[in-house]
Design a protein around this ligand. Structure first.
Ligand SMILES: [Zn+2]
Ligand SMILES: [Zn+2]
Ligand SMILES: [Zn+2]
Ligand SMILES: [Zn+2]
Ligand SMILES: [Zn+2]
Length: 249
């Protein structure tokens, strides 16, 4: 099978190859984390990666959730501290921005999030601009930086999570050193993993008896896992096991 090989202006000196990396990577375009297929510099020593969506970002785009006409920029022209209106994370690289006085910003990857996701046993999650109910992770409708932020919600509106909150679950683990820089599980944190209390991580919808609660909780974990795959790309087997471990007891 042929290898997809491109040149990209952000790293014009070398070719980039489309690869499925064994490890999580940080995209040198949007500066976000990724697990799935990406473009990697053919010279591994560069350690240069781009999300597929960042490498193939069109010069302009639109999104059904936004009335703005969005233009691609390597760096946001209207500077200062900017947040993605979809996921609430910082914008510090590739971005789509509108030309309004108080512009909207979106990561290229966030604009490509699937409108629907299917979790096991036929549960359908829909991407929504506004939360129909409180986020089960943070208990609020806005994200911590007061951006409304998009969410995935199952119908009938039982499982509702900000994409910001699911993203933050993973990034928080990263910052706490659950991964080594090469993406492996950090041995020094095994104890932390063993004492990890999942019931603190995921709030359950409604008050339920404990066996029922376990069932609902398992479903919540499945839902979160599907959202994680949409946000970061399909995780490798190792990361997948690790995340399942965080989510389950
Ligand atoms: Zn990116
Ligand atoms: Zn290179
Ligand atoms: Zn706008
Ligand atoms: Zn975003
Ligand atoms: Zn939330």
């Amino acid at each position: 099978m042929g290898v997809t090989r491109i040149k990209h202006p952000s790293h014009g000196q070398h070719y980039l190859l489309l690869k499925l990396p064994h490890e999580p990577y940080w995209c040198n375009g949007c500066m976000g984390l990724g697990f799935g297929p990406c473009y990697e510099c053919e010279h591994e020593a560069c350690g240069f990666y781009l999300h597929e969506e960042c490498a193939n970002a069109a010069p302009s785009t639109s999104h059904p959730f936004s009335k703005c006409s969005l233009k691609f920029h390597y760096n946001a022209p209207q500077g200062d501290a900017r947040y993605c209106d979809a996921c609430g994370e910082d914008v510090s690289g590739f971005v789509y921005q509108c030309s309004h006085k108080h512009p909207h910003d979106y990561h290229p990857r966030c604009l490509k999030l699937p409108r629907t996701l299917t979790a096991g046993d036929g549960l359908i999650l829909q991407l929504r601009k506004e939360l129909p109910s409180k986020c089960l992770r943070c208990g609020r409708r806005e994200t911590s930086n007061r951006i409304q932020g998009w969410c995935y919600v199952s119908s009938p509106d039982r499982y509702c999570y900000h994409i910001a909150c699911v993203k933050e679950m993973i990034l928080e683990k990263w910052r706490k050193g659950y991964f080594t820089p090469d993406g492996n599980v950090n041995e020094a944190n095994n104890l932390a993993l063993q004492t990890f209390n999942p019931s603190r991580e995921i709030a359950l919808p409604g008050g339920r008896s404990s066996s029922k609660a376990t069932q609902i909780w398992r479903k919540a974990a499945t839902v979160i896992m599907v959202i994680i795959s949409a946000l970061f790309g399909e995780p490798s087997a190792l990361i997948s096991v690790l995340v399942q471990y965080w989510l389950s007891s």
